[in-house]
Design a protein around this ligand. Structure first.
Ligand code: AMP
Ligand code: ZN
Length: 125
């Protein structure tokens, strides 16, 4: 393996080993899951900004949605499908799907994730 490739591999390993959401996927950090599919996990955002605030993540580490789209579009489509299923299950039908991408856009966890946000819950409250 060339040096550049080795360095890149090491950087990717480091980012994964320090990644909060990878720790949630591995079970190192305990979290209650709302749903799971082959390639995604869903859990409640710890600091909700809407009545419904769920996070849908790929189990594999990609630093943001752009990297996910570039390298694993099939998994991205599973993230989108899971997110809309969560919206159908937990909201009255109106919701936002948000991927913060880059620190200046508000991304704080550098493992791709979709926010499912809604102030109208399924039960109408
Ligand atoms: P972003 O700012 O788009 O990167 O989104 C990261 C989200 O992860 C934020 O909305 C945080 O509130 C949320 N978050 C951080 N730590 C946890 C955790 N341990 N469990 C659930 N959500 C978390
Ligand atoms: Zn990760």
């Amino acid at each position: 393996m060339e040096l550049a490739a080795l360095t890149k591999t090491r950087l990717i390993d480091m980012s994964e080993s320090n990644c909060l959401f990878c720790k949630i996927v591995s079970g190192e950090m305990a979290t209650e899951f709302v749903a799971e599919t082959d390639n995604t996990l869903v859990f409640k955002d710890i600091w909700p900004v809407a009545k419904v605030h769920l996070l849908v993540i790929p189990k594999q580490h990609y630093s943001d949605v752009a990297e996910l789209a570039q390298n694993a579009p099939v998994i991205l489509s599973e993230v989108l499908k899971t997110a809309t299923e969560m919206a159908r299950e937990y909201t009255a039908g109106s919701f936002k799907l948000q991927f913060n991408t880059g620190a200046e856009a508000g991304q704080t966890v550098f493992h791709a994730h979709a926010h499912v946000l809604s102030d109208t819950e399924k039960d109408g409250s």
